[in-house]
Design a protein around this ligand. Structure first.
Ligand code: NI
Length: 389
């Protein structure tokens, strides 16, 4: 698949990088060692345009193609670099050396694969235009992707299309999955406070019991999906945390609940926000109580544009054959902050088979090194076909 380099040697080397990164996980924006490692490797490949310190520890590096007259568009390839606050239980010889931190989402693999592709592309340069390698911090809930966009990487590096990739346990190694349109959901979070009147649990008639009202509200919220949303449109409303009094014999003044909304349809975010408030307020006021809602929008829908999805499918099919690329994978209700880059530029996000490993964010998870060459091969085919000289 990769002609001019020794593929076995590349695999050995990238596996070594991946395991080094796995042993040294870092969180959020605090990726100083990881960023230093990435920069050292990029420089050793002869890449001399490397910009660091974007969104604190993010990096963008440019590789100029050798084909054509030197002109051509710039496409962005993105890898995330951060780990998770999880105690590792994979029992691998290359397990985390940092207690309480672990690469449980395979971002070690994503970083290593983009480095592998960088090494190959920097040595062959069999394309026109420019490849922008985007190494991003803080994918896991701290909006690193958004910050890189806000710090202007798309305009600064004239990026016209962006592509992302994530490993997926449960898909065989050597297979890919993608769909056009929404592939991952938007992620919102809400806090709802039910304000009643507390008192002694033995005298409920002297209180306005917010616990009973909260119970009614939670049941009522279930009708947002079942009775108020088109059954063919995806919406999840889950209440996940509840806090009342601290003792068995006290009716609290208020109950605080927290939950999440997931949807593949952007307009349903407005709908969910307004209906959660209306439903909770109506119920609470019926009992003489009131509510307060704080609704926060996090990742938008990860939306694959049609033309770029075709390019991604073409690259994957050239690598592994049409039979190994699921072009109509069912979207998932998880989310991904690459969505912010896809809001800024058209592009596509593809899933790479990680085999029958533990699931993402599980303490027993490990990135499958057998998948490394497929990820590298995908990046290389994508660049060489989108930027064909
Ligand atoms: Ni991830």
């Amino acid at each position: 698949m990769l002609n001019t380099v020794d593929v076995r040697e590349l695999h050995r080397e990238v596996t070594e990088w991946r395991r080094y990164l796995h042993q040294h996980p870092e969180l959020d924006y605090q990726l100083h060692n990881t960023a230093r490692f990435v920069c050292e490797k990029l420089a050793s490949f002869g890449i001399n345009h490397i910009e660091t310190g974007i969104a604190e520890t993010g990096i963008v590096a440019l590789i100029q193609g050798g084909g054509g007259d030197g002109d051509g568009p710039t496409i962005g390839l993105r890898a995330d670099m951060d780990a998770l606050p999880i105690i590792e239980a994979s029992n691998q010889p290359w397990s985390s050396t940092i207690p309480g931190k672990m690469h449980a989402c395979g971002h070690d693999g994503h970083t290593a694969m983009l480095l592998g592709a960088a090494k190959y592309l920097a040595s062959t340069r069999n394309f026109k235009g420019t490849v922008a390698l985007i190494f991003q911090p803080a994918e896991e809930g701290a909006l690193g992707g958004l910050r890189m966009v806000q710090e202007g990487i798309m305009d600064r590096f004239s990026i016209s299309q962006v592509f992302g990739m994530h490993n997926e346990p449960g898909i065989e190694v050597g297979k890919f999955a993608i769909c056009d349109g929404p592939i991952l959901a938007a992620l919102d979070e809400f806090d709802l406070v039910v304000k009643g009147k507390g008192g002694h649990a033995a005298a409920p008639h002297e209180t306005i019991d917010p616990v009973v009202i909260a119970a009614q509200i939670i049941l009522g919220l279930q009708t947002l999906v079942s009775r108020s949303t088109d059954p063919l449109e995806a919406l999840v409303v889950s209440v996940t945390m509840l806090k009342g009094a601290e003792a068995f014999n006290i009716i609290p003044d208020q109950v605080e609940m927290t939950g999440t909304v997931r949807t593949l349809v952007p307009s349903l975010r407005d709908f969910a926000e307004s209906r959660i408030l209306a439903c909770a307020q109506g119920t609470a006021r019926g009992y003489g109580a009131d509510v307060e809602l704080r609704y926060r929008r996090h990742d938008p829908v990860t939306f694959n544009s049609a033309a770029e999805t075709k390019l991604a499918v073409k690259a994957a099919c050239r690598l592994v054959g049409t039979g190994s690329v699921d072009q109509k994978v069912k979207p998932q209700m998880g989310s991904e902050d690459f969505a912010y880059m896809l809001e800024a530029r058209p592009g596509a996000f593809i899933l790479l088979g990680n085999g029958a490993t533990a699931s993402l964010h599980n303490p027993a998870y490990d990135f499958n090194d057998e998948a490394l060459l497929y990820g590298i091969g995908y990046w290389v085919h994508l660049v060489e076909s989108v930027l064909a000289p």
